[in-house]
Design a protein around this ligand. Structure first.
Ligand SMILES: Cc1cc2nc3c(=O)[nH]c(=O)nc-3n(C[C@H](O)[C@H](O)[C@H](O)COP(=O)(O)OP(=O)(O)OC[C@H]3O[C@@H](n4cnc5c(N)ncnc54)[C@H](O)[C@@H]3O)c2cc1C
Length: 405
């Protein structure tokens, strides 16, 4: 999740407000007038995050597998095997996993009787694990995952855990023809599947509140991000605007934030530790097996006993299948010790905070959309992690000051 993801999803509401005659106040004017919230929709008291450097318990870095034309979901023959690729989901792998898995499994089982088809899945990240379950649900006779790393060691495990289906998913100028419609189908299918994980013990998936804080009007901030985006990422959220609840502007005095604008929305969140555990358990309970195995060339796929292979090695496909269309987009997260009472997210400037059950995400994207572009280094930047925590401290200091004032 990035500042752009948050802001661009709120544009419809902002436009509606503008249409209703709400003129953006000039900078430094008093807080804008927004209609009072009804009693049933008030902002609850928010527990503060203990934003201290010594509470950082880990820093993770991961490479988003980005492809300018969008993910590769297509079939190829490797020897006598049918290999269906399912990789290259940029910053949207978790969010699109069910829809993408469904497309891949449809290709894999086309013209076959699932009940007699043994399926192999290479990769056990968001895409491999999910498509393996989709193959089971489609009735495949057996499904076996072969992977170098188990879920907790994959890049997927280092994700923010937000519903961001169009985050770094394609470039406007290079997206494959028809990709926008395919994207919509994947997003809608995934949204539907995610509903079945709500309310389970351990909360693998839940809705929590997100607050977007800004001094310029959010629409202006969003426009600036688009104008300043030198990469040209594609934006598709308008196509599924009916799925998410809308962002709402919060009236001054109804919230504790020190910025001129504060908006709120309930959003889907993935507690990835619990969610990956749940997926692994579901897969194994349905007879799935996970086998440790590393492949060094596509020709090694021929040694697998299964005739059909779903291939989901994410960024590693760049080397394994010499796919130079994969561009690395680096991302780092600093993790504060979880606080069960902190179950909300904040977006302020380039700081993204998400209170998850397994840790509080502190993500600083200092360079906006260019952040991490074409950078495959996965070494930790400790200074950046500390800078994020300090920025959060500074926000709380402003909140305390606003309360005193
Ligand atoms: C900082 C950050 C935050 C993110 N936040 C979000 C978010 O909030 N929401 C969202 O939807 N997405 C998010 N993403 C994107 C998401 O994490 C990726 O799109 C997703 O992880 C890609 O999953 P994957 O299964 O394709 O690849 P991976 O997770 O990399 O899994 C690849 C699998 O293939 C195996 N493998 C690789 N090479 C071989 C080999 N040679 N032989 C055998 N096995 C092999 C690996 O061991 C692993 O099991 C984020 C990404 C980053 C970097």
């Amino acid at each position: 999740m990035t500042r752009r993801d948050f802001l661009q999803q709120s544009s419809a509401l902002a436009s509606a407000t503008a249409l209703a005659g709400c003129v953006h106040p000039p900078a430094h004017s008093p807080a804008p007038t927004v209609p009072a919230l009804p009693f049933y929709d008030r902002v609850p008291t928010l527990s503060p995050i203990r934003a201290r450097e010594d509470r950082l318990f880990k820093i993770t870095v991961c490479t988003r597998p980005f492809r300018a034309e969008g993910p590769r979901i297509e079939a190829e023959r490797v020897g006598d095997k049918l290999v269906v690729h399912n990789y290259g989901h940029g910053g949207s792998g978790w969010s699109l996993s069910w829809g993408s898995g469904t497309l891949a499994v449809d290709l894999a089982l086309a013209g076959r009787d699932p009940s007699t088809t043994e399926v192999a899945v290479v990769g056990c990240g968001a895409l491999g694990l999910t498509s393996a379950i989709v193959a089971q649900r489609a009735g495949a006779r057996s499904v076996t995952i072969y992977a170098r790393d188990r879920p907790s060691e994959t890049r997927s495990f280092r994700a923010t855990g937000s519903w961001t289906p169009d985050s770094r998913i394609a470039l406007t100028r290079a997206a494959a023809p028809g990709f926008a419609a395919q994207w919509e189908q994947m997003a809608r299918t995934s949204w539907h599947y995610y509903q079945s994980f709500l309310g389970l013990p351990g909360e693998p998936v839940e809705f929590t509140e997100r607050y977007v804080l800004s001094d310029p009007h959010p629409t202006a901030a969003e426009q600036k991000i688009r104008d300043d985006d030198p990469i040209g990422f594609a934006y598709y959220m308008d196509r599924i605007r009916d799925l998410n609840p809308r962002f709402e502007d919060l009236p001054a005095g109804s919230h504790p934030f020190p910025t001129r604008w504060a908006r709120r929305r309930s959003d889907l969140m993935f507690n990835i530790t619990a969610y990956a555990h749940q997926l692994t358990e579901d897969f194994q309970l349905n007879g799935g097996r996970i086998v440790h195995r590393e492949f060094h060339a596509p020709s090694e796929f021929a040694q697998l006993p299964e005739p059909v292979i779903l291939h989901s090695t994410g960024y590693a496909a760049r080397e394994l299948f010499t796919d130079q269309s994969l561009t690395p987009v680096r991302g780092q997260i600093a993790w504060l010790i979880p606080q069960p009472e902190v179950n909300y997210g904040l977006l302020f400037d380039n700081l993204n905070i998400l209170g998850r059950r397994d840790g509080i995400v502190v993500q600083l994207s200092a360079q906006g959309e260019v952040s991490g572009w074409n950078d495959a280094t996965e070494t930790v930047d400790h200074e950046e992690a500390v800078a994020g925590v300090r920025q959060l401290q500074a926000l709380y200091a402003r909140m305390a000051e606003a309360r005193r004032g």
